[in-house]
Design a protein. Structure first.
Length: 374
């Protein structure tokens, strides 16, 4: 059996090696490494896939910053979001002198609990920032209804959910990141669509808003050496765009491979004592950026798997409101009990496009063995 990886980026590369190598060489030969046609080509193809406007940028954190800069919020404005996410979700808000207002998450999906959002809205609330965690959308129809009622923006952190479909109650579908006013994405190497370095993108169905975001990402430029607004320098380089353009052709195939791996895990683990498998919601597909179980003996299980040569990861071991850097927000232990509880029980198993049946059987047998010993 081959070594089991948490994310087998190299193994995936080998399946597309000739195409990716050719694309990289094409950029090198052109010497157009910045703002080349490769970037525009990739943006256009991703825009066609998502049916929205796409602005490529430096990384997922920049995507969030660009989104909130484009909305022109003021210091002290409040943004409702989740305490159970990667730090960039709240980091950007604090850096921009906005105030993150946390709402607890659902214990089954780990996404924002929509039943608690309205209680957190004040006269200073200007936006809702849901995170489509691990590859499944938050309840966007409910969030949009709340936002419309209170005249709020909706910015989607879709960095873990590219390719996920949201299904509205009338049966219509939209891709994660294209549902609210603005969507944000990361091309971190292990993502559903991953670069060979950093990269990100911002999505918006509003052409004027998309044009503003594109300007901000390019120093606030209107025309060469003419600047109409304060901006930043955030761009996807041409080599990464070339790689992503190739990989985009395989995105649906790669998502299917993740879903098939998740289905195997589900079938094998659903009745294992002490293990709770991920829950699916009817309103969203799941693209399984991570396959995340809950286990009461999480730390012990993780250590046991390590002895068997099986990697696993904890996303995330401490909720954001308890992080030292964000003490100034005024939250304390007990404020968001679900987020705090699941941070002690979640464990992500190996999940990528190159998992084979022998590896998955070995993983689930190890988990079953641990369960029987416990």
């Amino acid at each position: 059996m081959q070594t089991i990886h948490m994310s087998d980026i190299y193994g995936q590369y080998l399946t597309m090696k000739a195409e990716i190598d050719e694309a990289i060489q094409e950029v090198i030969k052109s010497t157009r490494f910045i703002k080349s046609g490769k970037v525009r080509d990739f943006e256009a193809k991703l825009a066609d896939y998502l049916d929205t406007n796409v602005i490529a940028c430096g990384n997922g954190t920049d995507a969030l910053q660009l989104a909130f800069m484009a909305l022109d919020l003021k210091p002290g404005d409040e943004v409702i979001t989740t305490p159970f996410s990667f730090v960039s979700t709240v980091e950007v808000l604090v850096l921009m002198r906005l105030k993150p207002v946390f709402v607890d998450v659902c214990p089954d999906t780990f996404n924002l609990d929509v039943e608690q959002i309205e209680k957190a809205i004040t006269s200073k609330t200007k936006a809702i920032l849901p995170v489509h965690l691990f590859g499944q959308c938050a309840n966007m129809e409910a969030i949009l209804n709340i936002a419309k009622k209170h005249e709020l923006y909706v910015v989607e952190d879709a960095c873990q959910a590219l390719g996920t479909d949201y299904i509205f109650s009338d049966g219509t579908k939209k891709k994660a990141g294209t549902i609210g006013n603005i969507g944000c994405n990361s091309f971190f190497p292990s993502k559903n669509l991953g670069a060979f370095g950093d990269g990100g993108a911002v999505f918006s169905g509003d052409k004027n808003l998309a044009d503003t975001i594109r300007s901000i990402a390019n120093h606030g430029m209107k025309a060469k050496y003419e600047y109409e607004r304060i901006g930043i320098n955030s761009r996807l380089d041409s080599i990464q765009a070339a790689i992503l353009e190739v990989k985009l052709n395989y995105l649906d195939q790669h998502i299917k491979a993740r879903q098939e791996a998740a289905r195997f895990y589900d079938q094998q683990l659903y009745d294992v004592p002490g293990i709770i498998i991920p829950e699916r919601k009817d309103y969203s597909t799941h693209t399984f950026h991570q396959y995340t179980i809950k286990a009461e003996g999480r730390n012990e299980l993780k250590q046991f798997l390590e002895t068997k040569g099986i990697p696993s990861m904890v996303y995330y071991p401490k909720a954001l409101h308890l992080q030292e850097a964000y003490k100034s927000l005024g939250y304390k232990a007990g404020d968001f009990p679900i987020a705090e509880r699941i941070s002690q029980t979640v464990l992500s198993l190996p999940m990528h496009t190159e998992l084979d049946i022998e590896q998955m059987e070995y993983i689930v047998e190890a988990i079953k063995s641990f369960s029987q010993r416990s």
